[in-house]
Write a protein that binds this ligand. Structure first.
Ligand code: MF3
Ligand code: CO
Ligand code: CO
Length: 254
């Protein structure tokens, strides 16, 4: 395993990339509405990233991924490919944005609600959001990866939801997916020890039903096996001596 420690100069580049990724989510919110297709959302984000931000959409052509963002609707767990699917009232969609600026990646996702949302979908999204933050709040030099996973898992399972095992958070920097893997389940005090200067993502996928997932024949789209809803939130985070700095906060939270 090769975990990179970012220098202060690299940390600043990660901060810039992280803010740009969050800015895209801030921008796209008003377009996520009944009647919009996920292809339209992809096009708007692509143009914003390339033309306004002077950045690169990392998903495009990443291991053959055909679009610039991921749009994961309802029972889609992650890596949904934008297409002709039109949003309808009641849909819940995760939009996952990764940009590259000056060689460094920023990676973040949020849930968006279309039209009138069910109480169940809102509750699932809330638990996933809280789980992400409980994981992030574990971060500091000297803590262990298992501390993150445990914090997320106990919150999710206490609320009778399940944590997806097959996909996880990751180190991030010059690479989109660097070491280590950041599991969203585990035992406190286990796994790699964290050090100041590491940058990684926390991005739990939380299922309303069983944790099992299935990969669709397109090779990307991951869905829940039981077709129940799934929710995900993601931040890119820098580990510091005393704790952490979230690099992908929206403009209003900075
Ligand atoms: N953004 C995703 C993550 O959080 C990865 C997407 S890979 C893609 O790690 F190719 F589907 F874009
Ligand atoms: Co990620
Ligand atoms: Co992501």
């Amino acid at each position: 395993m090769h975990v990179t420690i970012k220098t202060p100069e690299e940390q600043e580049k990660m901060r810039v990339a992280g803010h740009l990724a969050a800015d895209v989510l801030d921008m796209i919110g008003e377009y996520v509405k009944v009647g919009a297709s996920t292809d339209e959302l992809d096009t708007i984000c692509h143009r914003y990233i390339t033309e306004v931000q002077g950045a690169v959409p990392a998903p495009l052509n990443y291991r053959g991924f055909p679009k610039s963002i991921c749009t994961s609707i309802n029972h889609v767990v992650c890596h949904g490919i934008p297409g002709e699917r039109v949003l309808k009232s009641g849909d819940v969609v995760n939009i996952d944005i990764t940009v590259i600026k000056d060689g460094y990646h920023g990676d973040t996702s949020r849930m968006f609600f279309v039209g009138k949302t069910s109480v169940q979908a809102e509750r699932l999204s809330t638990i996933a959001y809280e789980g992400m933050w409980l994981g992030i709040e574990q971060l500091a030099a000297g803590k262990h990866l298992g501390d993150i996973g445990h914090a997320v898992q106990q919150h999710v399972e206490k609320n009778r939801y399940s944590v997806v095992r097959e996909y996880c958070g990751h180190g991030i920097g010059r690479g989109f997916h660097e070491d280590p893997q950041v599991l969203h389940y585990g035992q406190p005090g286990t796994g790699m020890e964290l050090r100041a200067g590491m940058t990684l993502t926390v991005e739990p996928m939380v299922n309303a039903g069983k944790r099992e997932v299935r990969l669709l024949p397109d090779g990307w789209t991951v869905v829940t096996k039981d077709h129940q809803l799934s929710a995900q939130w993601e931040h890119t985070v820098l580990i510091t001596e005393s704790g952490y700095e979230v690099l992908t906060l929206g403009a209003e939270q900075r």
